[in-house]
Design a protein around this ligand. Sequence first.
Ligand SMILES: [Zn+2]
Ligand SMILES: [Zn+2]
Length: 368
Amino acid sequence: MAKPLLEFTDKGIYCAQGKFYIDPWKPVDDAVITHAHADHAYWGHINYLAHHLSKEVLFYRLGEINLRTVEYGETVTKNGVHISMYPAGHVIGSAQIRVEYKGVVWVVSGDYKTDDDGISTPFEPVKCHHFISECTFGMPVYSWKPQAEIFTDVNNWWHTNVDNGVATVIVGYSLGKAQRILQNLDLSIGKVYTHGVIENTNEALRRNGVILNPTERITPESSKEEVRKGIILAPPSSVGTPWMRKFGPYSFGYCSGWMALRGAKRRRAADRGFIMSDHADWNGLVSAIDATGCECVYLTHGYTASFTRYLNEIGFNAREVHTLYGGEEEDAVVTENEEKQETSELPKQEKVLSFGEDLGEAKKEDAQ
Ligand SMILES: [Zn+2]
Ligand SMILES: [Zn+2]
């Protein structure tokens, strides 16, 4: 039997025919990158290939790397293997990597979501024989509300805080969630103030030509009274720090798919949990996989055991593969207790990745 076009190695997903890796976690010569999150875009490769909207964020995060960028749909050929990128809808610049050789097509989706967030290029299903997928939220309990409803809640909460003279702090990770929140806030309520980590990412995206709503970076000179009238956009690492406490009294809202678990909100001591994710929910995953028309599915991170079982039951040829993806804030699986308490009525599942959990909250954000 011929060697499969893509293999799972201890450095990452490898194409022997084209001699390149996709999202490798150890230094390699040729790396194709799905998106700029830390668990997919590592430092130390000789050559990088990514979507052009990831360019400035990759430079900001990884420094001077040797990077070639392409548009969606553009083809690069390496030793007869055709590589092209399609929108993954996860964050700005995120791509699914399509790899074709002698009529066989593999797609590596990286992280993805099927709902249009209004800022990332919307997810596009790509026909293939083999599909490599995440399943961060691959349990039926995860079902996202339409984005407009979520932001009605966010804006009403902000408005109420302003009326009550309470500052508003909204937390989301710095690449993806932060820009999605920013673009959907009702700016007639007030101004948007940003933590430095988020503003640096915004600046990188603006250098890349992305038009974002106006923001003001919080500095030691910022007037506390002015900032309190607006909304503060902050990363997870800032929660509970003196930096955040100086704006008190405040109401603190946390935006994550994990907010679907009540324990997650409690553990983070959030006043409000907004269920908002840059990953596909249960239905999104199943429909995305179905739309590829693929025969074989490989599950990289998330609820891989139970989701693999489910896909096999409905007629796919699915299997779990070991990768190091899942270290970013939202990929990371919440504590075992939280899962046990709130998903116990669902089919048996096992925790596949302890990887995300091993990283402390601060380290995870550092990595971003
Ligand atoms: Zn990601
Ligand atoms: Zn990821």
